[in-house]
Design a protein around this ligand. Structure first.
Ligand code: PLP
Length: 780
């Protein structure tokens, strides 16, 4: 019995599928009993050969192809390589090569899997063939543009399309494509990636003129590391791996018999279903459609502003790709993950960048949809109970987001927010980042007052939702300067909150004088300090504790000081001389321990500390060296060199506001903590996932704790930094273990805390996922 992840609802079947029990059994049987080599001539070998050929027969039955057209490979990627190599190798023949200069081309659809586009580039290079690749566009529904195909067909040697898209589930009309390409006088070789189509749409190769097609077992509830190629009888062929001559010499190497046996079982079921025999383990098309309807219903209820990114009539019912305004893919994935549902994000993210799906870009989706895309996919063996449990979990994810003020439009019961428990009150600094740009909120929970600093346009809804949902009074919406890379969202925020814009200066300061801001608070006083340089209008907002008004505890410094760098001073509106003076001014006002909250965070540092910047930034070291005067001229020439090194735009096409990584604090050991060590020693455990995730998560005790760990969401981590830096608190000299789902986010925070001088902070390796695996293993 498979025990891993028993409580999870797995909706990422386009990435890989859980293996059917019958398929597992066949693999085990092949390993324990029928373990002969199919090439051996004794009985053990003959038995193995029988299994091999049976699986081939089932594959050909499902595809309506001849068994000699089926070649087992390690998976679809390998099948694609053999198909493309075979075809291109035939072009390298001198007879065809002569024609190549006559504008011959290869057509590849823009939504193809990378295995196809990369293989084409690779093999063209290896074979030294100079054939241009023309990308065939798709329309906004993801369907290839037939006019463009017709236009290019007469010069096309090879066409690569897919049957069903892995990200959107969009089905291409293969018959229509075939009609266009077969009208030509010459034969266009045609490779169809059928990985996501097998078992979901009808494939009939006797009635198709496809030359090559790829298939993968792990997408159809069979194991990884096995797949097959359909190679039409008579189509050019070229081995990828040579040796013992297995698979008609196209793919040498002893066959992966356990994999082939396991795949064979599922193919047998598919072939049975095709013949109308009900197969208990597989759902019918009708059932799959009803599953989609259940999930769509739950999604619409939980997230009323949801938009689906493909037309249901053009796509398989097992794939749903959608976006929810105002919530990023990563945030949604995290919340689904905490609710026990595994889905996949439409964008691949790492700490510093988010790269959007090339498929959704090709469909020309707007930026917000790209940034928020989620793919939910189930399989043809998914059970109704899993779908129903998934629908429940979706509703609870929507509700948790609503109760933590992140779901912009959830209306599960009615449209009013549930009352928020005192534990869920937010207080202090909230950081809302969008592609490295920070919007900040400073909230006083007692007075229910808040100020907003440097709001970005993209964060408006998020900010407005927090304010409305918590009933905060907005005392001011401030900017630290007129930003070069984004517009201030101040006016939009006032408008959305139905409040008059109270600003008395262009940056939003609501008082007549520069003295303390009119912000009634139990905790803080806020003062404006002119800090021109990065722009001439730059200011810093200094925040003082009411109990100690000598030194600011933190400051919103805009782009004057960045974590690991300085704001650039080469804009038309910059003043390098002013910047030099500003540094001296700041040093007089800021304390070594003042925490700096910048308008940009290119380093995933969250915030930094003035003393740390002064000590480690080489230019600041010179400016503040008490033993050697560093003149403005010297400063200016070094600063100009630094500014000239700034790449003018980041990967999002935005202006970069300062140079970062001017220094790095080397820590040879990553602050990673082993699970066993966490249990053996006394750590103060902090769950840094966002509040909704923490609330949804049931398995926190798998890490061996008796009480739910303290939750300080990543977006509020600056409050932890403030507490740590200013000491005298519950964490004093305690070892801190940060935990999240996978150990990724917590590691960034641990590194950032180490960077600013905290040596007693670690990130739990592998996060809750690893603890859960350990728990499951012990349970077995
Ligand atoms: N083509 C498509 C459409 C896919 O979804 C995948 C898997 O992600 C592949 C090809 C590659 O398959 P495999 O993992 O078997 O190499």
């Amino acid at each position: 019995m498979v025990t891993y992840g028993q409580n999870r609802i797995y909706f990422d079947c386009n990435a890989t599928t859980p293996i059917l029990e019958e398929s597992c059994k066949a693999a085990i049987c092949s390993m324990q009993r029928v373990y002969g080599n199919p090439s051996s001539t004794h009985m053990a070998g003959a038995e193995a050969k029988l299994i091999l050929e049976r699986s081939r027969q089932f594959a050909s039955d499902v595809l309506n192809a001849n068994p000699n057209e089926i070649f087992f490979t390690s998976g679809a990627t390998e099948a694609i390589q053999i198909g493309i190599l075979s075809c291109l190798q035939s072009f390298a023949d001198s007879s065809i090569k002569k024609e190549l200069n006559n504008s011959k081309k290869i057509l590849v659809a823009s939504t193809e899997h990378k295995a196809v586009s990369s293989a084409l580039e690779h093999w063209l290079k290896v074979l030294k063939l100079n054939i241009p690749i023309v990308v065939l566009e798709v329309n906004t529904d993801g369907i290839i543009k037939y006019e463009q195909l017709s236009e290019h067909a007469k010069d096309t040697l090879l066409l690569c399309t897919m049957a069903v898209n892995n990200e959107t589930g969009v089905i291409q009309n293969l018959k229509k494509i075939e009609r266009i390409i077969r009208k030509q006088k010459h034969h266009i070789y045609w490779l169809v990636d059928c990985v996501q189509a097998l078992g979901k749409i009808d494939l009939d190769f006797k009635n198709f003129s496809i030359d090559y097609a790829s298939f993968s077992a792990h997408k159809i509830h069979a194991p990884k590391g096995i797949g097959f190629l359909y190679l039409r009888d008579g189509a050019p062929r070229c081995p990828l791996i040579v040796g013992g001559g297995q698979e008609q010499g196209i793919r040498s190497g002893t066959e992966n018999l356990p994999g082939i046996a396991a795949l064979g079982v599922v193919l047998e079921m598919l072939s049975g279903r095709k013949k109308g025999v009900p197969v208990q383990a597989l759902r019918t098309e009708k059932e799959l459609e009803s599953f989609r309807a259940i999930l769509v219903n739950a999604l619409k209820k939980a997230f009323p502003t949801i938009e689906f990114n493909s037309d249901f009539k053009d796509s398989v019912s097992t794939t749903l790709n959608f976006s929810i305004f105002g919530i990023s893919s990563k945030e949604l994935m995290n919340v689904f993950d905490a609710a026990g549902i595994s889905v996949s994000g439409g964008s691949a993210c790492n700490s510093k960048s988010v790269s959007h799906s090339h498929v959704l870009i090709a469909m020309k989706l707007p930026e917000w949809k790209l940034a928020s895309a989620i793919r939910l996919s189930f399989g043809f063996a998914t059970k109704k109970e899993e779908i129903l449990a998934g629908a429940e979990a979706i509703l609870s994810a929507g509700k948790a987001l609503r109760n933590t003020c992140l779901n912009l439009s959830c209306n599960i019961e009615n449209n009013s927010y549930e009352s928020i428990s005192p534990e869920d009150e937010i207080h202090g600094v909230i950081q809302i980042d969008y592609q490295n740009a920070n919007s900040w909120l400073l909230i006083d929970k007692n007075e229910k007052n808040c100020i907003i600093i440097d709001p970005t346009y993209e964060s408006i809804d998020r900010i407005v939702n927090i304010i409305k949902c918590r009933n905060f009074n907005v005392c001011a919406v401030l900017d630290t300067h007129s930003h070069a890379d984004h517009e201030s969202a101040r006016k939009n925020i006032f408008l959305a909150l139905n409040l008059p814009d109270n600003s008395k200066d262009p940056l939003g300061w609501p008082n007549e004088s520069d003295e303390f801001l009119n912000f009634s608070s139990h905790y803080w006083k806020i003062k404006k300090l002119k800090t021109p340089g990065h722009t001439l209008d730059s200011v810093t907002y200094l925040v003082y504790n009411l109990s100690d008004q000598n030194e600011p505890i933190f400051a919103f410094v805009g782009d004057t000081i960045l974590s690991g760098g300085l704001g650039r001073t080469d804009f038309g509106v910059s003043g390098i001389k002013h910047f030099y003076t500003t540094l001296q001014t700041l040093d007089k006002v800021l304390a070594e321990k003042t925490i700096l909250c910048s308008a940009h965070d290119y380093n995933s540092s969250f915030a930094t500390v003035w003393g740390v910047e002064k000590k480690n930034n080489q230019l600041l070291q010179k400016v503040f060296n008490p033993y050697c005067i560093f003149s403005f001229e010297e400063f200016s020439s070094e600063k100009k060199i630094l500014d000239s090194q700034i790449t003018s735009q980041n990967q999002h096409g935005q202006i970069v506001c300062g140079l970062i990584n001017t220094y790095e604090i080397k820590d040879t050991n990553l602050p990673i903590l082993d699970h066993a060590k966490l249990l053996a020693d006394n750590y103060f455990v902090i769950d840094i996932r966002e509040r909704a995730e923490s609330l949804l998560f049931k398995d926190w005790n798998f890490i061996g704790l008796e009480v739910r760990p303290t939750n300080i969401p990543k977006s509020q981590i600056v409050n932890l930094i403030i507490n740590l830096v200013h000491g005298e608190n519950e964490y004093n000299n305690k070892k801190i273990a940060l935990v999240c789902s996978t150990g990724n986010r917590s590691l960034f925070i641990a590194k950032s805390l180490r960077r600013i001088g905290f040596k007693l902070v670690w990130s739990l390796n592998g996060g809750f996922a690893f603890s859960r695996l350990k728990h499951d293993e012990q349970d077995k």
